[in-house]
Design a protein around this ligand. Structure first.
Ligand code: HAM
Length: 415
């Protein structure tokens, strides 16, 4: 038997009902907030992510599925959506000229992480990216959008973590102090952090190693280094959150695992997910469009992990879409008529199915049950003779006889 690779899932119909429910809820809220759908490619030149996310990030340095195509070009499966949306915006003249763009996307992302509960190698994100505004209201808007989604789904007992990681003006001072602090504790750092210290000291605040986590407690805090502009921006974001009564926790170590962020960073977390506690995350990235060759365009966005959200909605029951009718026959001429009726009903937008092989009523009724059919239309020898069908309501158990010409009217009246 050939199996699927590790960290990759098949999604069977029993999961799809909830899957679609989450997506429909998300799409609804995107619409309410006036975000428009964009479809971005699964494959990009590796450069898009190396430049966008940063060479030193875990994602780029060790988690991408990269390969050469037949033309010897370096390509990668997308590990996230933001860099692709930025690349697409800069490449597209028409949208690039607009003052404000609000996009949302959905689809699979690929990261070669160690698979565990809530951490897959192929997973699905839905996300939003807003371009052309540095107004703190828009930081609030994307946070509020994700918060509305979490409430509406509903996800229980989650927290919103909030930070500002400053800008190109104030962050260097912080990084200098951070480096000094960690250099003085160099021997206590894990090997990876000793390496990070030279290349990208901010990443040390991201480390999951226990000893490094402990060191983090006394590390300098970005909040003491923010310039006036960043302080004001952060205070405004909080003001909007407060007036919308959206609770948040300050988390001064929330630097996020991607290099493109500045100012606002945030994560929606819950203990129910264990180690992989974030089900949505994002932040501001005012310099990325320019880095991709576009005109200076402030931006902010977030992405949510669909599989993690589904884990959180385990207890939620959603009625799967039921079948309108299941046709039950006893073979021979009754099957011929049943097939005719199936076609007729489908042409009239009534969802219907039948089993052309089984001629016993019992297994056919069982199948009708399994398919959650609302009505069984029975065409037996007796029905054939008299030219009328027995119609059984499988929910109430009531049964009646109707002639063929009344079938459509019957469905119109009953559903
Ligand atoms: P991220 O934090 O890397 O941010 O991913 C966002 C969400 O995707 C996570 O909170 C998590 O729910 C889900 N996720 C990430 N990795 C995995 C995985 N291996 N398995 C299952 N779920 C996963 C981004 O991707 C940024 N692009 C978000 C953003 C958009 N920032 C600004 N705009």
């Amino acid at each position: 038997m050939i199996k699927k690779p590790p960290g990759i899932e098949d999604i069977f119909p029993d999961k799809i009902t909830k899957w679609n429910y989450v997506l429909e809820t998300a799409k609804n809220i995107f619409k309410i907030y006036n975000y428009k759908e964009i479809i971005i490619p699964l494959i990009e030149f590796t450069e898009v992510f190396a430049r966008g996310l940063g060479d030193e990030t875990d994602i780029v340095s060790k988690e991408m599925f990269s390969f050469k195509d037949r033309g010897d070009r370096d390509l990668s499966l997308r590990p996230e959506g933001t860099a692709s949306v930025v690349r697409a915006l800069v490449e597209n003249g028409e949208y690039n000229r607009l003052a404000l763009n609000k996009f949302f996307y959905f689809g699979p992302m690929f990261r070669a992480e160690r698979p565990q509960k809530g951490r897959l190698r192929q997973f699905n994100q839905f996300g939003a990216e807003l371009f052309g505004s540095d107004h703190p209201f828009h930081d609030f808007e994307v946070i509020s959008l994700m918060n509305d989604m979490a409430k509406r789904l509903p996800i229980k007992d989650y927290e919103l973590l909030l930070n500002s990681i400053g800008c190109q003006r104030c962050r260097p001072n912080f990084i200098l102090e951070l480096s000094k602090y960690y250099e003085s504790h160099y021997d206590q750092l894990c090997q990876e952090c000793q390496r990070r210290l030279k290349k990208n000291p901010l990443r040390l605040l991201d480390c999951k190693n226990k000893d490094c986590q402990k060191l983090k407690e006394d590390a300098p805090k970005i909040s003491s280094f923010l310039c006036q502009d960043c302080q004001d921006h952060h205070a405004e974001v909080k003001k909007y959150l407060d007036s919308a009564q959206i609770d948040y926790q300050d988390d001064f170590n929330l630097v996020r695992g991607l290099d493109y962020y500045n100012k606002t960073t945030f994560e929606f977390v819950t203990k129910a997910l264990g180690g992989q506690n974030a089900f949505a995350a994002g932040g501001r990235y005012d310099n990325l469009v320019e880095q991709f060759g576009g005109k200076p365009t402030p931006a902010i966005g977030f992405a949510a992990g669909l599989e993690r959200i589904l884990l959180l909605l385990d207890d939620l029951t959603i009625d799967s879409v039921a079948l309108d009718a299941f046709l039950i026959h006893s073979g021979g001429k009754t099957l011929e008529i049943a097939l005719e009726i199936v076609n007729f009903l489908r042409q009239n937008n009534i969802s219907v199915d039948l089993d052309p092989v089984n001629t016993n009523f019992k297994p056919q009724f069982k199948r009708a049950d399994r398919e959650k059919a609302k009505i069984a239309i029975i065409i037996g020898e007796e029905e054939l003779e008299k030219g009328i069908f027995s119609v059984k309501n499988l929910i109430s158990g009531t049964q009646q006889k109707i002639v063929r010409s009344e079938l459509i009217e019957f469905f119109k009246k009953n559903f």
